[in-house]
Ligand binder design. Sequence first.
Ligand SMILES: Nc1ncnc2c1ncn2[C@@H]1O[C@H](COP(=O)(O)OP(=O)(O)OP(=O)(O)O)[C@@H](O)[C@H]1O
Ligand SMILES: [Mg+2]
Length: 270
Amino acid sequence: MPSNMENGSLLKLNNIEVMYHRVILVLKGVSLQVPQGSVVALLGANGAGKSTTLKAISGLLRHEDGAVTDGSIEFLGQRIDKRSGEDAARMGIVQVIEGRRVFEHLSVEENLRVGGHLRGTNKRGLERVYAYFPRLAQIRARQAGLCSGGEQQMLVIGRALMAQPKLLLLDEPSLGLAPLMIKEIFEIITRLNQDEGLPILLVEQNAKLALRVASYAYVLENGRVVMDGQAEQLKENADIKEFYLGLTDVGTRKSFREVKHYKRRKRWLT
Ligand SMILES: Nc1ncnc2c1ncn2[C@@H]1O[C@H](COP(=O)(O)OP(=O)(O)OP(=O)(O)O)[C@@H](O)[C@H]1O
Ligand SMILES: [Mg+2]
């Protein structure tokens, strides 16, 4: 359990099970917590169930004929696992989905205004986003579809901020971006958390990067949490190093469970 739990848990997943189309079981009992004001990372290989976990929290699962079939999700002490995405958004849960989906034919600024529609678009919201992302201010009139991958990633994060989230769910912000752009985006993510205390649940395949920003992390494999701990400790963990060093070479990557020094803890057996 994250050590700053005494601050109160903002989000709590209790042993959730998720199914798609009533038959495909993807999450097989996932428990995790995001304390107020913290960045928590959710790591794991392709297909582990990271995006599914985020969609279960944000209510977007429904749009893919998925559902939380067991366990519960609590946000600020309220059950939310049966709520719609619109309800979750109104409560302040905002997800930045994988793949940087911008409204291609709208300008950068129009994209941002769309993000603010639930809260009523306001000038202060735009100014705040432009303060974090000066690059977006420079290209505010540009058609979003013509922006670079990095600019589009900034745009979808900015659009999410316009909705004034109480919890930001970020799905693989580093994917496919150049190292310098990744560095810039992660610095902004860190500042958002440090300056405003914005709580973030960050999904990443890039463990090194994620463990630098997060205070606590969970490793997901095949729909189960196989390891969790303070980011500082996980960074030093030989298994994590070995497993994630293989990330550049997907073909030879081992299962986390097969890593040699993998120490099975009792509770993983349950
Ligand atoms: N809409 C869907 N219908 C059926 N199965 C799905 C659906 N979405 C995801 N899955 C399956 O659920 C499993 C987990 O997928 P998910 O997208 O959550 O993984 P992920 O950890 O985000 O992977 P990646 O790193 O590739 O994004 C996969 O086996 C995937 O095929
Ligand atoms: Mg994913």
